[in-house]
Design a protein around this ligand. Structure first.
Ligand SMILES: Cc1cc2nc3c(=O)[nH]c(=O)nc-3n(C[C@H](O)[C@H](O)[C@H](O)COP(=O)(O)O)c2cc1C
Length: 212
């Protein structure tokens, strides 16, 4: 099938993206509102950007009415009315149902931490708490928000964050900063309502050596 994205409906463009870009890691993002109310939501449009400085991004799309999701309202820069801070928690299999549960659209200021029953732990540098159960968390300051279609339903937004502190549970990392994938036990999002684990792993050298 050859597809011109401009001739198909937005939900079908979304289906193409989430069906083909797989598996997607999940940023389980905690934020606070400018008046201090905690928020937690999963975002699978999520990636690392670079390590000098340590930078990552996630993409909260606009709501169906074109408004910003609570996470974006909170994480956008102070100049834009937000707090300029967020924490990316890793989504682990042991609390997978709570990751999906935290996607429940609540009123602004209502906490998904309470809805799904996950405990908060104080962050070291930023105000938003990290998730106590998460084996790894990145405390971030928002560098920039890039909006691809401001105010439009499903318009995309890229939140770029500089990592100012990282937490990795002691059993999940060694003294050489090698992270144990079995201890993280991350889940990924596929198309539709499907998810995956990282239990079917394989090794390969890089470059010519990989060719045998
Ligand atoms: C696993 C998972 C991944 C998600 N990824 C995204 C995403 O990348 N971008 C997005 O806008 N919404 C995504 N959602 C939906 C949001 O989590 C949902 O809209 C949530 O209510 C936003 O919360 P907030 O308004 O508190 O920010 C995802 C939902 C789930 C369950």
């Amino acid at each position: 099938m050859e597809i011109d994205p401009d001739t198909i409906a937005q939900p079908d463009r979304y289906k193409l993206l989430i069906g083909c870009i797989t598996p997607r890691p999940i940023a389980f993002v905690s934020t606070v509102s400018p008046d201090g109310r905690a928020n937690l939501a999963p975002f699978s449009f999520f990636a690392g950007v670079g390590s000098n400085p340590m930078t990552l991004l996630f993409c909260p799309a606009n709501n169906a009415d074109g408004s910003e999701k609570d996470t974006l309202r909170n994480a956008k820069t102070v100049a834009e009315g937000g707090t300029g801070e967020f924490v990316v928690n890793i989504a682990s299999h042991s609390y997978a149902a709570k990751v999906a549960g935290a996607a429940e659209p609540l009123g602004y200021g209502e906490s998904e931490f309470d809805l799904v029953g996950l405990a908060q732990a104080a962050s070291r540098i930023v105000k938003p708490p990290r998730l106590a159960a998460s084996p790894a968390a990145f405390e971030c300051r928002t560098v920039q928000v890039i909006r691809t279609n401001p105010g439009a339903p499903a318009g995309g937004n890229i939140v770029i964050g500089r990592v100012v502190h990282a937490f990795v549970r002691d059993d999940a990392i060694n003294e050489r900063y090698h992270v144990n994938p079995a201890a993280l036990d991350t889940i990924g999002r596929m198309g539709g309502l499907e998810y995956c684990t990282t239990r079917d792993r394989f090794r390969m050298p890089m470059g010519r050596e990989a060719l045998g």
